[in-house]
Design a protein around this ligand. Sequence first.
Ligand code: PEP
Length: 250
Amino acid sequence: MTRKKLMAANWKMHKTPDQAREFVASFLPLISGHHRDEIVLCPSFISIPATIEALQGSRVDTGAQDVCWEQHGAFTGEVSPAMLRAAGCTHVIIGHSERRQFFGETDDSVNRKLRAVLPTGLKPIVCVGEVLEEREAGVTEDVLRRQCSLAFREISAGGAAPIVVAYEPVWAIGTGKTATPELAGEAHRLIRHQAAQAFGEDVANRMRILYGGSVKPGNAALLMSHQDIDGALVGGASLEPKSFAAIVNY
Ligand code: PEP
C-alpha cells in the first residue's frame, strides 16, 4: 500500500500575517520542483487568511492548529470547523500535546472535535503520543491504545477515511531528541492496529500516520524512508523557509 506522504508545518504561536506572507514568498520557489507529497502550513488563526492568499495558485495547503467541536454558538474565543472551511482551510490539527498540556484538551474533547470536523471535509491531523514518564514507566503502548480508541469512538468506517494521525512522543517535541525510525515505526504499527480495530483493515491501511518530534533537515530522509512513516508534523524546523523546504525535499 503506497500512501502519499503529508508534510505539515505547525507554526504554533509564531508569525504575524506579514511574517506568514514573507515565509510563503521565500518558501514557494524552494519547493517549485516538488510534486511528490501533500504539503500544508498551519499558521495561527490570525494568519490563516494571509497564508491562504499568499499560497494561491500553489500546491501548498493551509490548516489550522485547533478547532471547536461545535459549528456555531455561544463559545467565546473559539473557531468552528465550518469557519475554517469557509476561510479556505483544508486541514486542522487536533489534540496537539501543547493543547493537552496547557489548555485542558482531553481524549474526550479530541473525539468531539474529530466528530465535528469529519463531516465538513477538513482533514484532521490527530496528535497522540506519550510523555517521558510514560515511556520510562513502560506504558507507551497503553497510552497510545487509550488515546486512539477514545479519539476514534463513535466514528464510522465510512467517515474515517480523511483521518490522519500524528505520532508525537512528547519527549521529542522541541527538545532536539528524535525518536529512531524503528521506535517510531513500532508506535505507528500499534496506531494502525488500533485504527484497524475501529474502522477495519482497509481504512487502516490507507490511513496516514505522521511522525512529529524534532524533525530536522538532517534526519528527515532517514525517518521518511521507513515504510510505516507517512509524513511529518514539524514544529521548530518549519519556521524557516529553507529548513522546512529541506525537510519537504528530503
Ligand atoms: C510539534 O510541535 O508538533 C513538533 C513536532 O515540534 P518540533 O518539531 O519543534 O519538535
